[in-house]
Write a protein that binds this ligand. Structure first.
Ligand code: GTP
Ligand code: MG
Length: 263
């Protein structure tokens, strides 16, 4: 029994209580569809829509969904602060209520709720599960070649620059168990867009928690507008470069002086 909310809870086997956090900004065409699909695909999870006061009324639509389903909740935020801030607020909401795992998922249908059971299954033996577009068995549907290229090149760069064995560090369909959130200093996270996903991958990797990747079927959004912008790409490029250079400097500082002059 969830004592705080006065309602029964059913746990996800091997994982516990799971909260799916769905950040939204102007997703009125998508919010009902995605929440309904999540609840059908994974009946044992709770949902939190983290809305940044969307001008198109997404928050009100989410409230209506919450009114009809005790497992659906809404976090109303004052204004648009970016994906990273919305997720951090959602994670804090989950931790305050004792959830055992949080799931990150976009509202636009790019992440299929039907893949959620496979991710949660993998979470039985992992601290972080990344739904990957770039591991064997994954599919990417209807993405223009420019987006495919950006994602492939961006992930390759992140992998090499940061030395992380992760094929989809920018992907935003993930499970973090409480063990992972405890190991990561979330208060230090400053990234907003794609960089947020890379930063959390990096922090999880550095913390030494178990990260596994599960292939997903990723599809281009069908309704509503993308919030992706050149600024978001630039932020990721800048931060990954800075982290990569910082890591190399730190590694050199750890070496004998003579060697340090010859990187
Ligand atoms: N709360 C909140 N959600 C956001 C913000 N920016 C984006 N989102 C949500 O984050 C998710 C991903 O945003 P998208 O616009 O789909 O960005 P993307 O998936 O990187 O780009 P596309 O592949 O072009 O769709 C969606 O559910 C958005 O509504 C924000 O500032 N605040
Ligand atoms: Mg999207």
């Amino acid at each position: 029994m969830d004592v705080a909310a006065g309602r029964p809870t059913v746990d996800q086997p091997g994982v516990g209580r799971v909260l799916v956090v769905i950040p939204t900004y102007n997703e009125a065409d998508n919010v009902e569809r995605i929440v309904t699909r999540v609840r059908a695909a994974a009946p044992a999870v709770d949902v939190l829509v983290a809305d940044d006061n969307s001008p198109d009324g997404t928050g009100g639509l989410a409230d209506a969904l919450a009114g009809g389903d005790p497992r659906v909740n809404v976090l109303h935020r004052a204004g648009k602060e970016g994906l990273g801030a919305a997720y951090l607020a959602g994670f804090a909401w989950a931790r305050e209520r004792g959830y055992d795992a949080v799931v990150e998922m976009d509202a636009d249908g790019s992440h299929a709720p039907e893949d959620l059971p496979a991710l949660l299954d993998a979470a039985r033996d992992a601290d972080v599960v990344i739904g990957s577009r770039w591991t064997r068995g994954a599919r990417v549907l209807n993405w223009p070649w420019r987006r495919l290229l950006l994602s492939r090149v961006g992930n390759l760069y992140a992998r090499v620059a940061l030395g992380m064995p992760v094929s989809d560090a920018t992907g935003g369909f993930r499970v973090y168990r409480a063990s992972a959130l405890d190991a990561i200093d979330l208060g230090s996270v400053r990234s907003q867009g794609y960089a947020f996903q890379v930063e959390l991958s990096r922090l999880a990797h550095r913390a030494g928690v178990r990260i596994v990747e599960v292939p997903i079927t990723f599809a281009e959004r069908e309704h509503g507008d993308s919030k992706m912008s050149p600024l978001i790409v630039a932020e990721a490029l800048w931060r990954v470069t800075r982290w990569g250079v910082g890591d190399r400097r730190a590694a050199l500082r750890g070496r004998p002086r003579a060697l340090a002059r010859w990187p």
